[in-house]
Design a protein around this ligand. Sequence first.
Ligand code: NAG
Ligand code: NAG
Ligand code: NAG
Ligand code: NAG
Ligand code: NAG
Ligand code: NAG
Ligand code: NAG
Ligand code: NAG
Ligand code: NAG
Ligand code: NAG
Ligand code: NAG
Ligand code: NAG
Length: 448
Amino acid sequence: MRVSELLTFALLQASSAWSSPNEPYEARTVPSKRPQHPIKPYHPGKAFPPSPSRTKTCVVKANGNGTDDSQNILKAIKTCNNGGHVVFPKDKKFTIGTALDLTFLQHIDLDIQGTIQFSNDTDYWQKHAFYQTFQNATTFFQLGGTDVNVYGGGTFDGNGQVWYDLYAKDIYILRPILFGAIGLHGGRIEDLKFRYSPQWYTLVANSTDVVFSNIDIAGGSVSKNPAKNTDGWDTYRSDNIVIQNSHIDNGDDCVSFKPNSTNIVVQNLWCNGSHGISVGSLGQYVGEVDYVKNIYVYNVSMSNASDGARIKVWPGSPSALSGDLQGGGGSGAVSNITYDGMVLSNVDYAIEITQCYGQRNITLCNQYPSNLTISDITIKNFSGKTSKKYDPLIGYLVCSSPKVCSDIRIQNINVTSPSGKDLYACGSITGIEKQVHCTTNGTKGGNS
Ligand SMILES: *[C@@H]1O[C@H](CO)[C@@H](O)[C@H](O)[C@H]1NC(C)=O
Ligand SMILES: *[C@@H]1O[C@H](CO)[C@@H](O)[C@H](O)[C@H]1NC(C)=O
Ligand SMILES: *[C@@H]1O[C@H](CO)[C@@H](O)[C@H](O)[C@H]1NC(C)=O
Ligand SMILES: *[C@@H]1O[C@H](CO)[C@@H](O)[C@H](O)[C@H]1NC(C)=O
Ligand SMILES: *[C@@H]1O[C@H](CO)[C@@H](O)[C@H](O)[C@H]1NC(C)=O
Ligand SMILES: *[C@@H]1O[C@H](CO)[C@@H](O)[C@H](O)[C@H]1NC(C)=O
Ligand SMILES: *[C@@H]1O[C@H](CO)[C@@H](O)[C@H](O)[C@H]1NC(C)=O
Ligand SMILES: *[C@@H]1O[C@H](CO)[C@@H](O)[C@H](O)[C@H]1NC(C)=O
Ligand SMILES: *[C@@H]1O[C@H](CO)[C@@H](O)[C@H](O)[C@H]1NC(C)=O
Ligand SMILES: *[C@@H]1O[C@H](CO)[C@@H](O)[C@H](O)[C@H]1NC(C)=O
Ligand SMILES: *[C@@H]1O[C@H](CO)[C@@H](O)[C@H](O)[C@H]1NC(C)=O
Ligand SMILES: *[C@@H]1O[C@H](CO)[C@@H](O)[C@H](O)[C@H]1NC(C)=O
């Protein structure tokens, strides 16, 4: 530790440090209060563990010249781990050029008031970002451990433009995910802005008891190369998760429940430009067992999207959606999923359930029914208008066999297409024609 840091550290140990008139830099640094937005109106049912208040404070120094601040960040975090509050001061920009493994965190608050930007060194990140295996996902950092809160009103900036342009040249590059909550047990991520992620904005994997509230997601490409696969959240092997009160302007799933996502509430979201709130895709890998259970999605505004509510499951035989996305043949179950309340505007399909994901040939899909069952699904209280894209269809409900798809309830859907119709493409779901206006016309078409 340098003398100045020692001094800062010593000062900050004393509770009076915040009002010290002799230290202009620290005097401007006021720690944020924990937001702790209430979880409402729905709750996944399990209690969230308590998070004791913190007893010491550390301030992260910013180099301020665009060089890598990772060591400053690690130093502050290590000093304040086990009961501390780390402040990234307002009006400071921090550059991260090193992959940070933060899975050792215990009882710590990260108070991000300023901006954290990841460096644009695509060669470095392709070698060093954390490989998460599932769908070749990689993350800039991995934040895990026990009882971690991240808040403060600041920004995580993924510097995505270089990645959007590089991906246009080579779809096999691995683009890091902006925020990786990996092995996080107990935590609240609140009042933050996520910008320009190279790929998905947030991966929540191997985690339990985590709440995201008041997250503002936005960022796009300024070149002709679009920002692709920019999901808002993907949950994977995670339980008891809440995602609420957030604003998402992106170009892929607004929220996506990947394999083994259980007991999750998503509520009060504004999604624009997305691919909807999606279960899946599931059943991608032969030999893997995927469960998505006990999900409640409530009160979502969905505009300019490909889908509102979506469940996508790969069929029983392998197929390819594109060079870098292929699969099918996995097993498991999707059950007890509720979508309650969605207001749609210019959305291609209000509801899309497919068990033939990646397989455009429905005859072939029916020959090899999915080994991943879909059951106990409720979709209700939708309103608004779809886009012209599939007019007169407003939905697509196509399973691979009635034997593996049951108990689907579609209720109070007040959605119409621009021509005023409300038809669905239906296939292999027993009794579905008693609930919605079916046509078989759509079932020969695309379903990606
Ligand atoms: C950037 O700032 C840091 C901390 O003030 C300093 O140690 C480093 O030499 C600076 N580097 C450049 C390239 O200006
Ligand atoms: C990457 O960032 C550096 C500053 O850190 C800048 O000088 C350089 O132009 C950027 N490169 C690209 C391709 O944006
Ligand atoms: C999650 O935990 C499993 C089992 O310990 C491990 O194999 C895997 O790499 C971890 N991470 C992810 C993203 O699944
Ligand atoms: C990773 O990407 C390669 C190349 O696209 C693909 O063959 C492989 O199946 C992917 N792995 C996973 C786990 O998705
Ligand atoms: C629905 O969510 C919006 C935010 O998108 C919020 O303003 C509104 O109060 C919520 N309505 C209910 C009934 O919870
Ligand atoms: C919503 O998304 C559309 C299409 O992606 C975009 O043109 C528009 O600017 C977005 N609106 C807002 C308010 O972000
Ligand atoms: C999902 O959970 C089940 C049961 O706990 C387990 O057998 C399976 O391997 C898990 N699948 C994945 C993809 O983690
Ligand atoms: C179904 O999921 C809801 C949450 O969406 C939960 O309250 C309920 O207990 C679940 N039912 C079963 C049978 O697990
Ligand atoms: C799918 O399930 C059937 C039995 O229903 C079984 O014969 C087949 O081997 C399974 N396929 C895969 C890829 O697991
Ligand atoms: C779809 O699959 C069936 C069964 O394998 C096959 O007979 C048919 O020719 C395929 N259709 C197209 C358009 O490829
Ligand atoms: C359905 O929505 C339209 C507007 O899109 C509204 O005028 C109508 O009252 C709604 N009907 C019901 C039964 O809610
Ligand atoms: C179904 O397809 C036929 C022939 O393409 C067309 O004439 C008819 O209008 C379509 N019906 C609906 C409801 O889209």
